[in-house]
Write a protein that binds this ligand. Structure first.
Ligand SMILES: [Zn+2]
Length: 188
């Protein structure tokens, strides 16, 4: 039925994925600020575990920044969204598989959700929530950086420190961007 008073409430899922040091957060900040400029109510979220730069801001390795809320779990994101229509989530792999259902619920409620993070872990395996969300995304942007070994297009994040943890919060020195040929998966 054609109802002229009915406004489209179709949600949208956008993914921005790639290795560390490729500019993913810069692209997220660009989309969030463009939505703000268009008078959309936005909410940028970062994992509370990621305290590398600032608690209440998204900060890029190059120094770009925008305000953001720190969330401890995916469930915390659901309770924080309020009136926000555009939600950007940085370092989404920190939230793990639990984030998939939260994202899909937000999209089903008509929101635009932008998910940013590493689609591969340090072993080269799919990093949830990306394997699940890739199947649902309306738009996927894969950003590559520069391989630290050969200068080719990096898709992996080579861990340079020894840690058995799947999540190791690190910056320059702890990880290097690597192409598929130069990437050496961490031992199992
Ligand atoms: Zn390489």
């Amino acid at each position: 039925m054609n109802n002229p008073a009915h406004q489209s409430t179709a949600g949208r899922l956008e993914l921005i994925c790639g290795p560390m040091f490729a500019g993913k957060t810069t692209e997220l900040i660009r989309r969030i600020e463009a939505a703000r400029a268009a008078q959309e109510i936005t909410l940028a979220i970062k994992p509370a575990k990621d305290t590398r730069y600032a608690d209440q801001e998204l900060v890029t390795h190059a120094g770009g920044r925008t305000r953001a809320m720190a969330a401890a779990t995916a469930a915390d994101i659901l309770s924080a969204v309020g009136d926000a229509r555009v939600i950007g989530i940085d370092e989404a792999h920190f939230f793990g598989a639990e984030l998939s259902a939260v994202c899909l619920a937000l999209v089903a409620s008509g929101r635009r959700v932008i998910i940013v993070g590493l689609e591969f872990d340090h072993r080269g395996d799919g990093f949830e929530p990306f394997p699940t969300l890739l199947a649902h995304a309306h738009d996927t942007t894969r950003i590559t950086g520069v391989c630290s070994s050969c200068g080719g297009a990096s898709i992996h994040s080579q861990r340079m420190v020894t840690s058995a943890e799947r999540i190791h919060v690190g910056g320059i020195g702890d990880y290097e961007p690597r192409c598929a040929a130069c990437f050496i998966p961490s031992a199992r």
